[in-house]
Structures are given as structure tokens and as C-alpha cells.
Design a binder for this molecule. Structure first.
Ligand SMILES: C=CC1=C(C)c2cc3[nH]c(cc4nc(cc5[nH]c(cc1n2)c(C)c5CCC(=O)O)C(CCC(=O)O)=C4C)c(C)c3C=C
Ligand SMILES: [Fe+2]
Ligand SMILES: [Fe+2]
Length: 335
């Protein structure tokens, strides 16, 4: 007798879905930020300078100057339930609990800091998960984000005698469900504004230009997301790249300079959205919504609005449910 693979009499092992995001300090204080930045900026996927040259600069200069400044910035956006990035990623995991049926556990982890990827993989194994979907929550693939999150999981799996089966969530920069969720979210936010923007900026996190030249698809993925979102909305979007770090040449145009140029060229009412971030975080809430606003208004702009990320809003959660369900095919019977 040949039973179909999804026959109800065939027992199914438990499945884990691990949402992974970048990471964040444990507190908005210089000590915690120093520990976090030390781990983050020592990752060779993030700073591609040989350690012999980079570590003295990192330990001797950056970790002695940046933590105080960054801690102040984190303090401006910290919430009762912690760092926005961690709190929102946790809320996304909670919102997805039960979404794939009783045999699928959903949990979350951070590439740097806590909760660590290793500790959550261990918890999933202890709960009986024999199959795990690693889900780096980056719509656009970048070696400095997607690949390093997966690397960290592989490194832990390398220590296990009995490994679970593993799949990874591919980048979803051009998935129609992601583009539709972005369009709905942006249009809903725009409808609530007290002004009609002259320009809408789509700001993506930057990266060194050299990584594009070395073949990282991140820049192309960002451009494609922006094009598809612009087509879906039937409106022009101004693409820019934020969060420049260090002296090397980064992808451009830079968001801060773009905002100033827009104000000076007479586009005085601007809305800005950050489609590359699945959750609001320091880079959106402080760099865009606070500092971006200041520099735009100082340059002569009159109205500025930061439009939130998809976060744990129903549209964003439904999109995550859809793209994750696609990857679970054959592993679970979806409710
Ligand atoms: C969304 C994609 C991201 C890419 C690509 C990325 C690349 C990248 N980032 C740095 C340096 C820093 N990034 C920082 C914060 C930060 N970066 C991302 C996402 C991407 N980074 C997020 C979501 C966050 C926010 C974290 C939070 O806690 O809210 C910071 C730390 C903040 C600070 O001290 O100002 C640094 C530094 C590099 C070098 C890089 C290279 C490819
Ligand atoms: Fe970053
Ligand atoms: Fe920043």
C-alpha cells in the first residue's frame, strides 16, 4: 500500500522556525553597547579588513569612543520592553505562534547578543524539533546580514552529534506578498498624514561599495524592491542608503545628503520609509525619524514623516506567515 506523504496516519516530527535578526545591546548603556559592538564589528562578514589591521583600530579607537555616543542614541528609542529590534522580533514570533499548526514551534534569536542563535537551537532540539527552518529576517540578501546569521547557526550545528534537518528562508526582496504588504503599509501610513508629500524616500541600510564589486547581490536586491514597490504604488520613490560607517566608500546616494538636497531643491514635504528593515530599530527610529527629520527641517523642509516598518502589524505578520509556509512545504500539514 502506498500512502501519500501527507496522509494523516503518517506521524510528523516537530518542526522549529527560528526568526533571526541582527542583534542589539542588552541595555542602553555604554558597557552593554561596547560588548555588542565588539562582537558585531569583529564579524569578518561585516568588516572585511584582516583582523591584524582591524582589531587594533576597533579595540583602540572605536570601542573607546562609539559606545557612549551610541548608548545615548539607544536611550532615545529604548522601550519599556527593551530594545525596539528585540521587542518587535519577539512580538513577530509571538504573533506567528500556532500559525503553522500544533507541531511547529516559532522562536526568535539575535546574531549578536541575546537570545543567541545557539541557545534557541538547543531549546528547539530539547523540545523535540527534528527539522528547523532558519529564517533570517532580511528581505534583501547581504553576506553581512543573511549569510552571517546562517553561518552562526551552522557553527553551532557543527558541535552537535545529532543534528536536526535544516532549511533556510531565501531572500524575499521581490516576493509579491512582501511588495503587497509594503504597499498597503506605506499607503495606510500616507493616508494618515496631515500633509501630502512632494517626495517619498525609500532608505535602505548601506554597505561598503566594495562588497557590491565583489559580487554581493544586496544593492541589486534593494533596487529591485524599490522598483517593484514604486510600480505597485504608481509613484516615484527616491532610493537612498543610510548608516555609513567608517572611511571606506559606501553605496550611495546617502540618505542624509538626499534629505538635504530634497529640501534645498524645493521638495519641502517628505515621507521616508525603510523597506529593508523587517523591524524598527536604532537605524530607523533614531537615525531616520529623529536625526533625518532634524537635518531635513534645518535644510528648509517644512513637513517630515517617518513611515514605520512592517513590524508585528497584521499585514506584516500575514506576509511572514505566507513566505515561511512556502518553505515548510512537505514538512508540515498547514492548518
Ligand atoms: C538591514 C540590513 C543591514 C545591513 C546590510 C547592515 C550592514 C552593516 N552595518 C554596519 C554597521 C552598523 N550597523 C548598526 C546597526 C544596525 N544595522 C542593521 C542592519 C544592517 N546592517 C540594524 C537592523 C541595526 C540596528 C541594531 C539595533 O540595535 O537596533 C550599527 C550599530 C549602531 C551604532 O552604533 O550606531 C553599526 C556600527 C556595517 C559596518 C555593515 C557592513 C556591511
Ligand atoms: Fe548595520
Ligand atoms: Fe546608524
Amino acid at each position: 500500500m502506498n500512502l501519500p506523504a501527507d496522509h494523516p496516519s503518517i506521524p510528523r516530527p516537530k518542526v522549529g522556525v527560528l526568526l533571526m535578526n541582527l542583534g542589539t545591546p542588552d541595555g542602553p548603556d555604554a558597557r552593554s553597547v561596547r560588548r555588542y559592538l565588539g562582537e558585531f564589528l569583529s564579524d569578518r562578514r561585516v568588516v572585511e579588513i584582516p583582523p591584524i589591521a582591524w582589531q587594533p583600530i576597533l579595540r583602540g579607537i572605536i570601542l573607546n569612543t562609539r559606545p557612549k555616543k551610541s548608548a545615548h542614541a539607544y536611550g532615545q528609542v529604548w522601550r519599556e520592553d527593551g530594545s525596539p529590534l528585540a521587542a518587535i522580533t519577539r512580538a513577530q514570533a509571538v504573533a506567528l505562534e500556532g500559525a503553522f499548526g500544533p507541531d511547529v514551534l516559532v522562536d526568535w534569536a539575535m546574531r549578536y547578543g541575546n537570545p543567541s542563535i545557539a541557545s534557541r537551537l538547543d531549546a528547539m532540539k530539547a523540545a523535540g524539533c527534528e527539522r528547523i527552518l532558519l529564517a533570517p529576517l532580511y528581505p534583501q540578501y547581504c553576506a553581512a546580514t543573511t549569510a552571517t546569521a546562517n553561518d552562526k547557526a551552522w557553527a553551532h550545528l557543527a558541535t552537535l552529534r545529532w543534528q536536526p534537518a535544516i532549511r533556510t528562508l531565501p531572500p524575499y526582496h521581490d516576493d509579491p506578498r512582501y511588495i503587497a504588504a509594503l504597499k498597503d503599509s506605506v499607503e495606510t501610513s500616507l493616508a494618515e498624514l496631515p500633509f501630502v508629500p512632494d517626495a517619498i524616500v525609500a532608505s535602505f541600510h548601506g554597505m561598503p561599495k566594495r562588497t557590491l564589486e565583489l559580487g554581493d547581490p544586496y544593492h541589486c536586491h534593494c533596487q529591485k524592491t524599490a522598483r517593484l514597490l514604486s510600480e505597485a504604488m504608481g509613484r516615484e520613490l527616491v532610493v537612498a542608503f543610510q548608516s555609513r560607517f567608517g572611511p571606506a566608500k559606501w553605496l550611495g546616494p546617502a540618505t542624509d545628503e538626499t534629505l538635504v538636497d530634497l529640501a534645498r531643491s524645493g521638495r519641502r514635504k517628505v515621507a521616508i520609509v525603510a523597506p529593508g528593515f523587517s523591524a524598527d530599530c536604532l537605524e530607523t527610529l533614531e537615525e531616520l525619524a529623529i536625526r533625518g527629520r532634524e537635518s531635513f527641517l534645518e535644510a528648509g523642509g517644512t513637513d517630515f514623516a517617518y513611515l514605520p516598518c512592517l513590524n508585528d502589524e497584521p499585514g506584516g505578520v500575514a506576509m511572514l506567515r505566507g513566505i515561511i509556509a512556502t518553505e515548510l512545504e512537505g514538512w508540515v500539514r498547514l492548518p
